[in-house]
Ligand binder design. Structure first.
Ligand code: ADP
Ligand code: MG
Length: 445
């Protein structure tokens, strides 16, 4: 019966999709409205579920009228399959090729669901380029940024998209921690050659949170060799970390310099517009699963304003509001936000003041506070002043006229000019961009 279903799917999906996704599946059984299928890897299972769930269910229903759901199990857990040591040639050919079992992928982490704004546009563009699966133009792609700014999301998005653009490629995504775990396991089981062969035979290797292996000497060493072997074969590598290659403590210099050979892009902290965009996007996604919910005036704006440090927290807050609103059948109001999120709001309540910003910025650039507030126009004073204006606009809820008053009674248009100037320069002047990010982190911690 499965053979009939798969024959139909072959016709409908075409040879290459069929070979990648349907052919490797095995129907284990149907019971209580659930069809159990075995997939060669979690990745294949996830993919089939995402893309072909309904098609498969519809066809199986011909024989099982009550069928409503598919469940996937993974046929082979180990990542390294030992070649059969005994047996005839016949049994060897029956042995499937090495199974690549990467980390599980989050279905929602797609490019479609990734909101692009100034702070992440470069990272997004670079990730997109890799996902096209064309000739390797930079290697590695090194993505870095603070917690919850979308590194993992972008990496999963690359895998999802590559599996569509280049289903012929072996893509292996895993965290640096898993890399280490497998390495240690291979050492223990004396399968280090298998480990090496496996990692050296992928077409695209993606390692998330690489800072994890810093200080772990033998793992670093192995990672370095894997890395070089793949680069030599012109295979794409994508790495993420929580800071720039040169800033990862206890990472070997030779690894650092290898990382810097490709394209290094950072995900900047979100700005207000981006947070607003993300809230709208996530709300649409939650509405799909939890049902539609009315969001009252000013709710998104309030959240985007108040929860500034981590997109994950912002998302969690919204999810909680959706669940609550759904439960009591009322729209999300500002009052509900205060009640429901009091813990989150309290912890992000440490409000930065304009005065604090001015003080920190003056210290950072080594200028006098009185100069920052005074009339001097020399570049070495005016630039830090503009940066302070920009941060005041970003990090406090003061209006432009209020900020102006705190900058020695300047006009709001002067403040606006300063804010715009810094926004503009952040894109072109990387030193200034780094200064701004650093100051922002200092002020928000
Ligand atoms: P990181 O790996 O950098 O710590 P994640 O990729 O895990 O961060 O992102 C944390 C959460 O924030 C995820 O749910 C992710 O979908 C969401 N997120 C972050 N940036 C964006 C964005 N630009 N658009 C949509 N969602 C985002
Ligand atoms: Mg991550």
């Amino acid at each position: 019966q499965w053979s009939k279903v798969s024959k139909e799917l072959r016709q409908e999906l075409g040879e290459s999709s069929f070979k990648s996704w349907i052919e490797p599946l095995e129907l284990v059984g149907v019971e209580n409205g659930i069809a159990r299928l075995r997939a060669p890897s979690r990745f294949v299972g996830d993919w089939v579920k995402r893309n072909y769930h309904d098609k498969i269910v519809a066809r199986l229903r011909a024989d099982h009228a009550d069928l409503s759901q598919l469940e996937f199990s993974v046929s082979t857990a180990p990542i390294v399959r030992k070649a059969p040591s005994t047996g005839s040639a016949g049994s060897r050919t029956a042995e499937p090729a090495a199974v690549f079992e990467g980390a599980p992928l989050e279905g929602r982490y797609t490019f479609d669901n990734f909101v692009v704004g100034k702070p992440n546009e470069l990272a997004h563009a670079a990730a997109k380029r890799v996902a096209e699966g064309g000739p390797v133009t930079f290697n590695p792609l090194f993505l870095y940024g603070g917690v919850g700014l979308g590194k993992t999301h972008l990496m999963h998005a690359i895998v999802w998209e590559l599996s569509q653009t280049r289903p012929d490629l072996q893509v292996l995504y895993l965290s640096a921690e898993q890399f280490m775990y497998r390495f240690v396991q291979a050492l223990r089981d004396r399968q280090i050659m298998d480990f090496k062969n496996l990692f050296r035979s992928v077409d695209v290797l993606m390692v998330d949170d690489v800072q994890f292996i810093a200080g772990k000497d033998s793992t670093q060493e192995e990672f370095f060799h894997t890395f070089n072997a793949l680069v030599d074969q012109n295979k794409q590598i994508v790495i993420s970390a929580d800071c720039a290659p040169g800033e990862i403590k206890d990472l070997e210099d030779r690894i650092t310099s290898r990382m810097q050979c490709g394209l290094v892009v950072d995900l900047h902290p979100t700005d207000y517009e981006l947070r607003l965009g993300i809230l709208h996007r996530k709300a649409a996604i939650f509405a799909e699963t939890l049902g539609p919910v009315n969001v009252g005036d000013g709710v998104f704006e309030f959240l985007a304003h108040r929860i500034t440090n981590n997109v994950r927290v912002l998302e969690g807050a919204l999810q909680r509001l959706f669940a609550f609103s759904n439960l009591i059948g009322q729209e999300i109001t500002l009052d509900m936000v205060q009640d429901c999120l009091s813990d989150i709001l309290r912890s992000s309540d440490r409000r930065v003041t304009v005065e604090e910003i001015q003080r920190k910025v003056s210290e950072h650039f080594n200028i006098r506070l009185s100069d920052m507030l005074g009339p001097k126009r020399a570049r070495n004073i005016a630039r830090p002043r503009q940066i302070a204006m920009y941060l005041a606009k970003e990090l406090t809820s003061r209006s432009l006229p209020e900020i102006g008053r705190r900058f020695g009674g300047r006009d709001h248009t002067t403040i606006l000019y300063g804010v715009r100037k810094v926004e503009e320069m952040r894109g072109t002047d990387s030193q200034l961009g780094e200064d701004v990010d650093l100051l922002r982190r200092l002020l928000q911690s």
